[in-house]
Structures are given as C-alpha cells and as structure tokens.
Ligand binder design. Sequence first.
Ligand SMILES: [Fe+2]
Ligand SMILES: [Fe+2]
Length: 256
Amino acid sequence: MIGDVSGRPGRKILTEHLPDIVRETGADFTVANLENASGGNGITEKNLKALLNLPIDAVTMGNHVWGQKETIAYIDRYPMMVRPANYPDSAPGRGWTYFEKNGKRICVLNLSGQVYMNNMDSPFPILDSIITELVENCDILLVDFHAEATSEKLACGYYLEGTAAAVVGTHTHVQTADNRVLPGGTAYITDLGMTGPLNGILGVRKNIILETMVTKLPKRYEIELERPWQFNGVLIDIDDETNKAVRIDRIYRIYE
Ligand SMILES: [Fe+2]
Ligand SMILES: [Fe+2]
C-alpha cells in the first residue's frame, strides 16, 4: 500500500521504480493513494490512465478526490478507484470495491476520519452499516483510513481488529513508525507517508508554506519539483489460510 502520491515527482517515482519495488518485494496486490497525483490536488483522467499501466491494482483517494473537476464525470468508469465512503449515496464513485486475485476475493475500502476533516460524517456508524456486506463478499479487507488525528486512526484500527486484514492511515504525508500487526491479525500503521518530493512541506514548495505561515496571507500551493524524491508505503504479508496479517513492514526510499 502506497502513501499519497504527490504531483509529477510522485508520478515519476512510480513510473521509474514501482515495477522494481513490486518485483523485489513480491507484492501480489498493490493499492496506491492518488488523491494528490495531479499538481497535488486530485487526479486527472490522463494521469490516472497512465498510472494504471503500472502494477497498481486499486486506487484510493481522500479529501482531495474532487480536486480535478473532471473526476466527477469520469470516476464511475473506473471500478478500481475508491473515494471516502463518507460521501452521501448521491455522490459519484464508490467507497469500496471488490477484486479477485490469486484466488482471493479482496475488498478495498476508503474511509475518511472526522476529526479536523471538513464536515465529514463519523466513519464508525458508516462502518456499522456496511461491514457485514463487505465481510460476506471478500476474503481480505484492506482499509485506507484517510484522516488527520492519530487517535482516530488507531481507533479505527482497533474497531476493525480481526475483521480487516489491514487498516492503514493516509493524509498527513508523514510516515509513522508504529507499523505492527494488532493482536487480532490486522496490519496497522497510522500513516503510510507520501510518495513525492522530499524537501518541500508535505509535498508543497517550502517557501510557499513558510510565507503563508509567517504572513497569514493565502498563497497558491505548488508542488516542489526538485529532487531528492521519496517513496513511502508498506508491505503487508497476509496468511493464505487465515486471511489475517502476519507482518507489516515500512518502505521508505529516497531517490537522489
Ligand atoms: Fe494527501
Ligand atoms: Fe488528504
């Protein structure tokens, strides 16, 4: 599972290195969070199509899902793409989706937290209303929990302990060191981190963020394009018989 892919640097890292990373790790199924893949804000259909030529099985999103206006029109044509399930039923796209790979039925669910996240409904009643259906229809449930607060992410991990094979956090763009398998067999990490530029601030050119923080005046965000770049994600090992996680390792690579 790959942390928020940011801008052109993020896309180029995947193009140049993802096939090797998948080969080296032996990953059977790859999930990438692409909410920042086009200029840091959502993803265009052109960029999505190009990235889907890589070994990416499922695409998750987050609060930036509608950052590119065209996404509203195209999202229903991409069944491998999920956006937070917190949106009302009338919203385009889907909150979860099913795959078949290597004889396993895999469900990928995208959910947004509520703490410090704009007007999102609480994820927990949403989980209550869908979890039976999800569990009945898959062997392996993978959850991308897109949220700000560490406590809410860990709470979601425990809420799904023993039910999901993995609950991984995204959104903060900073990889956390708390990767572990919860006792019930759920792989957990508070945040996967970001795949994009290393020397910006969460992917944005640092001088822009510094200026807005010092002056308190708004400024247009631009992705830092200079190298070095970073690849952030995790490799999760799931037992073939129990469908529970047995291991979760962080991947953190710097490309000069
Ligand atoms: Fe993000
Ligand atoms: Fe986000």
